[in-house]
Ligand binder design. Structure first.
Ligand SMILES: C[S@@+](CC[C@H](N)C(=O)[O-])C[C@H]1O[C@@H](n2cnc3c(N)ncnc32)[C@H](O)[C@@H]1O
Length: 280
């Protein structure tokens, strides 16, 4: 059994998650080493594994890496009552966003539930507008087209509700309902004042997005429907719901847990429910 805390926050080709024992064993054994500086910390796997044994200082040039490392190294106390109100706000925002793209969502639901001819889903996906390719002659996409027309990359959107994923990545890296969920969750996280809690929630969201994206292992390109098999694979990644997410997180688990082992692959963003009673 691996004796090191393993964490896999993002699917990342350069992650050291798989060789963590080899890196950490000699460092842990050396009692003269009290503090470790994890330069180029990336997804945080090295610092997280060393945390129980050493002081860890983490650095990375990327802001997302700062958020992740800050979150997993410091933890937070997120009360159950906070979690409940968080989910109420997310549910409201998600319900609202669904009304904005109801035709496309209705069609998507049929595809995700029924055993359909893959070519129909292929056409549906290829005709989904985005800021990168705004044109669509599919009438079910009118609402998304309307949103896309009001978003210019690099500029603040003219809309007063969140729709970044909906207008950039619908039926590309994520299904349409998944985009609504991600936009809803991201916007509610933005309203949280406490910086540490915010970083934890952002990390949870990034992890979930990374684990559920329509990609193979990284974000170089998204999967496309080319056959019955690729269609089934995509659909399995895009089945959204159940209990949207339970925020609770592994970071605060009393025992080490590998995120990969607790994701429900059928769920858009499914994190195991654990009370955040054990700040780490
Ligand atoms: C291969 S990754 C590190 C992987 C990490 N150990 C893990 O397990 O996820 C390299 C990291 O170096 C960071 N990086 C590259 N140039 C940098 C610089 N000049 N200063 C700080 N970080 C840098 C990148 O942002 C990237 O996250």
């Amino acid at each position: 059994m691996n004796q090191h805390n393993e964490i896999s926050t993002l699917q990342y080709m350069g992650s050291k998650a798989r060789i963590i024992s080899h890196i950490c064993k000699p460092i842990i054994k050396n009692e003269h080493i009290k503090t470790v500086v994890d330069l180029f910390a990336g997804t945080g796997s090295v610092g997280y594994a060393l945390k129980p044994y050493k002081n860890v200082i983490s650095n990375d040039i990327e802001y997302y890496a700062y958020i992740i490392n800050q979150a997993i190294l410091n933890g937070c106390a997120f009360a159950i009552s906070d979690e409940v109100s968080f989910w109420i706000a997310v549910d409201q925002q998600y319900a609202f966003l669904q009304t904005k793209v109801s035709s496309a969502l209705f069609a998507e639901k049929e595809f995700l539930i029924d055993n359909i001819d893959y070519k129909q889903y292929q056409v549906f996906c290829e005709n989904t507008p985005s800021v990168f390719s705004p044109k669509s002659d599919d009438s079910r996409m009118r609402e998304i087209s309307d949103l896309v027309s009001q978003v210019t990359p690099g500029k603040a959107p003219a809309l007063d509700f969140p729709c970044l994923f909906l207008t950039y990545f619908a039926n590309a890296y994520f299904g349409i309902a998944q985009c609504c969920q991600i936009d809803a969750i991201r916007s509610v996280i933005e309203q949280i004042d406490d910086k540490q809690t915010k970083n934890i929630l952002l990390t949870v969201l990034m992890s979930a997005i990374s684990a559920n994206a329509s990609t193979t292992t990284h974000f170089a390109q998204f999967l496309k429907v080319k056959s019955k098999a690729t269609c089934n694979n995509l659909i399995s990644k895009r089945i959204p719901f159940g209990n949207m997410i339970s925020i609770t997180y592994i970071f605060n688990s009393p025992c080490p847990v590998n995120i990969d082992t607790v994701y429900n692959p059928q769920s858009v963003i499914h994190l195991i429910r654990q009370t955040l009673q054990h700040p780490f």
